[in-house]
Design a protein around this ligand. Structure first.
Ligand SMILES: [Zn+2]
Length: 346
């Protein structure tokens, strides 16, 4: 089969690799019908050392089950399934607590002998715990882009809002107008927030953010951006800040716009290990710092009904569609910001 591999920064190739096959009794093999490129794929696209050895890519996909091991019970060949960005058993204590990203027996795509979603097919470990079948949807459904967001970005935006404890009584700032930031806006709106300030500089993206529920847009960054958010909130900042970027300036921005007693919820993968947490930043004003990788698997059943009945259309974040062989160009488009999020149709 064909699969996208990354060989180093800026070096993505689509190559021939062996077809995946059931290896363990709890595996399924899924033929990928839609996958995509994630903002987090851009981190290795910038930093990955060129070792000569490629790594499979992609952690968001929808597919059709092709084959299952003898112990798989909840999905069968022919089922259309959503794969979250981590695989998990669904039965351990962490999974039962809804934290499938910490599953005692789970893991992530593109590690060890598990491939990735930017490919024609994937071997899915622990298929019963990992995959969510969507009955009544076929592979030509116009809902596929929105269903694909449940693999990662919509679940991640929702996780930001849940960890930030967004309610109808909270005001919210979202930092970042990438796909996750826009999903955080949609999620804050879904949880009832009345004021949602989106900080982002790309008008086409912030326009979509307004469509998803942003009440205000602040394009300025740094001290000027902080001052604008404070102006919009009577000088105080917002109860909740959803940080969907991951770089230090975004964290500093969050510190600048959070209200005393408020919460900073981070879902942008932090590209730093050290950050201010002392008296003048978090401690003095009683700020809660939270967030982390979203247990996307836990949220699929919560978020799915609104997609199926058309209440929300998170699939609008996909503004470019390519074939699997065009994946290298898709990375370029995401990297140079000419695409918000690229959908791959193998
Ligand atoms: Zn588990």
């Amino acid at each position: 089969m064909r699969a996208a591999y990354m060989y180093g920064a800026g070096d993505v190739r689509v190559i021939d690799v062996p077809d995946p096959a059931v290896k363990h009794p709890t595996d399924a093999v899924v033929r990928v019908i839609r996958s995509c490129i994630c903002g987090s794929d851009l981190h290795p696209y910038h930093n990955k050392p060129a070792t000569g050895e490629g790594t499979s890519m992609g952690h968001e996909f929808l597919g059709i089950v092709q084959d299952t091991g003898p112990e798989v019970g909840t999905v069968k060949p022919g089922d259309l399934v959503i794969a979250p960005f981590a695989w998990s058993d669904g039965t351990c204590d962490f999974c039962r607590e809804g934290l499938q990203t910490s599953c005692r027996h789970g893991g992530f795509w593109n590690a060890g002998d598990v491939g990735g979603g930017q490919a024609e097919a994937v071997r899915v470990p622990l298929a019963d715990g990992t995959l969510v079948p969507v009955p009544g949807i076929d592979e030509n459904s116009p809902l596929l882009p929105s269903l694909l967001t449940l693999s990662d970005v919509y679940g991640t935006g929702h996780h930001a809002a849940v960890k930030g404890r967004v309610t109808p009584r909270t005001t919210v700032t979202v930092i970042g107008d990438g796909a996750v930031g826009l999903m955080a806006v949609l999620s804050a709106k879904r949880l009832g927030a009345e004021q949602i300030i989106l900080m982002g500089r790309h008008t086409d993206r912030t326009d979509l953010g307004r469509e998803f529920g942003a009440t205000d847009v602040v394009a300025a960054r740094g001290a000027e951006g902080i001052a604008e958010v404070r102006d919009l909130t009577g000088g105080d900042g917002t109860h909740v800040v959803l940080e969907a970027v991951g770089h230090m300036p975004a964290y500093e921005q969050a510190l600048g716009v959070v209200r005393a007693g408020g919460t900073i919820s981070r879902v942008g993968v932090p590209q730093y290990e050290q950050a201010p947490v002392g008296f003048s930043t978090l401690f003095g004003p009683n700020i809660t710092l939270t967030g982390g990788p979203a247990p996307a698997r836990a949220y699929i059943s919560t978020l799915l009904p609104d997609i199926l009945d058309g209440t929300v259309n998170p699939g609008k974040v996909f503004d470019q569609q390519i074939s699997l062989d065009q994946t290298p160009a898709g990375y370029q488009a995401m990297d140079n910001r000419s695409a918000l999020k690229v959908l791959i149709r193998p």
